[in-house]
Design a protein. Sequence first.
Length: 101
Amino acid sequence: MAKESLKAKEIKRAKLVAKYADKRAELKKIINSQTADYEAKEAAIIALQKLPLNSNPIRLHNRCKLTGRPKGYMRTFGISRINFREMASKGLIPGVKKASW
């Protein structure tokens, strides 16, 4: 089980990413546009650099919703492979059953 502080840190990062997503997209649009002048692009780059580092979505890390485990994460279910296997064996995940032949 992951430390509670690590889970809390991921939640905090997710909130920051959501908070600054619109502003970050707007600045990126200015930077990547062909029609914007040099001064506008330079100002946009500086503004983007002043945003908090944790507001960048690349810093997010998928974690298991139940245990907080960072590795072996299954996106479709939002849980780790270990919890997925246990829940599938018990029949707790709809539409999933363990193969046997």
